[in-house]
Design a protein around this ligand. Structure first.
Ligand code: FAQ
Length: 306
């Protein structure tokens, strides 16, 4: 049998992507495709795991039994998403132990939003509403990814994240219709989360380093800007319908484009936060390291039994 040249393999791979076929773990893929997926999926897995912490801290203080139950369910879901995503990345050839040790060593990135504090119960509602809406818009796009296991994981995760939006929105509505103090608390939380949530979709296309290749190979099917714009167009009317204010005086609907104009976040802040210098990076990693140590005996017992 004649060995195919690297060029022919790449051409065949790109033709499959253009036909909308899914790439599966055993299929040939360019190394840059594999590495990009490992990078993105492992960062996504870390985000789900670290993402349990800002809201998880409120479980003991949730106002009432039903709110506590739904919050516990949500936080447990995030742990499950993390496991599913670590598995998807493992299938590409990087071990879970290596990914986790990079996270614990502070060498791996995870979503910027989880490095901000949650000083009030209103933050829990606003994370579920704003952050999960932004996550679902991005993940609905990723469900179309050319890499089969990632797309399939996204479909399942999106069902659960949609429940998380409802959980957050329901808490926000209760506060927005509550006392003046409750309305003020929920507005303050919207003010805190607005720009970090805008940053979540990634830097603008002009400075995004990976987007070009990711779009060419349909790892992502929309650019960071497109995803952010969809989020703004969806969420701004919701914020206003609750009598709350978007903390951006320049944010306005533009009838000509049918889109909302908005002020870009501070991209230098994003760089600082994802490189370890956000308000809560140290607290988050310390909590993960402690959880890893506390769980050591479980991993050792499982290993001894296998
Ligand atoms: N945060 O070239 P690009 C959730 C990094 S899940 C942190 O544009 P790319 C559920 C980027 O990694 C949330 N890092 O990169 C939940 C790259 O760094 P590198 C997580 C960011 O990959 C809700 C560099 O900057 N979702 O919330 C961010 O094409 C509530 C250059 O950027 C995902 O991970 C950022 N915001 O686009 C859980 C979805 N933006 O690797 C609990 C999958 C950029 O060169 C509670 N990931 N960076 O060192 C993606 O869609 C993409 O990776 C983007 C970035 C859009 C995040």
């Amino acid at each position: 049998m004649v060995e195919k040249t690297a060029d022919a393999r790449l051409e065949e791979f790109e033709a499959r992507i253009d036909r909308g076929e899914k790439i599966e773990p055993g299929d040939w893929m360019p190394d840059a495709y594999r590495q990009n997926l490992i990078r993105m999926i492992s960062q996504h897995a870390h985000s789900e795991i670290v993402g349990q912490l800002p809201e998880g801290k409120w479980i003991p203080y949730a106002p009432g039994f039903r709110r506590k139950l739904t919050l516990i369910a949500k936080v447990q879901d995030e742990a499950g998403h993390g496991q599913l995503l670590y598995r998807a990345a493992e299938m590409l050839g990087k071990s879970r132990e290596e990914m986790i040790s990079e996270l614990l060593a502070g060498k791996a990135k995870y979503a910027n939003v989880f490095n901000y504090p949650t000083p009030h119960w209103a933050d829990v509602g606003v994370i579920g509403w704003l952050v999960d809406t932004a996550a679902v818009i991005n993940q609905t796009m990723l469900a179309q990814s050319s890499y089969g296991p990632y797309g399939r994981a996204m479909k399942r995760i999106c069902y659960e994240e949609s429940f998380h939006i409802k959980q957050g929105y329901d808490a926000v509505v209760a506060m927005a219709r509550g006392t003046a103090d409750q309305r003020a608390a929920v507005q303050a939380a919207v003010d805190r989360w607005w720009y970090p949530t805008l940053m979540m979709s990634g830097p603008p296309d002009t400075i995004s380093t990976h987007s070009q290749l990711a779009l060419r190979w349909r790892i992502k099917t929309k650019s960071n800007e497109q995803v952010r714009q969809e989020f703004v167009d969806l969420i701004v009317p919701q914020i206003r319908a609750l009598g709350l204010t978007v903390p951006d005086p320049a944010c306005a609907f533009d009838p000509a484009s049918g889109r909302h104009r908005y002020t870009q976040p501070d991209w230098e802040e994003l760089k600082r936060v994802i490189n370890g210098d956000g308000p809560c990076n140290k607290e988050r990693l310390d909590a993960r390291r402690k959880a890893h140590e506390d769980g050591r005996w479980v991993r050792e017992a499982l290993q001894a039994a296998s």
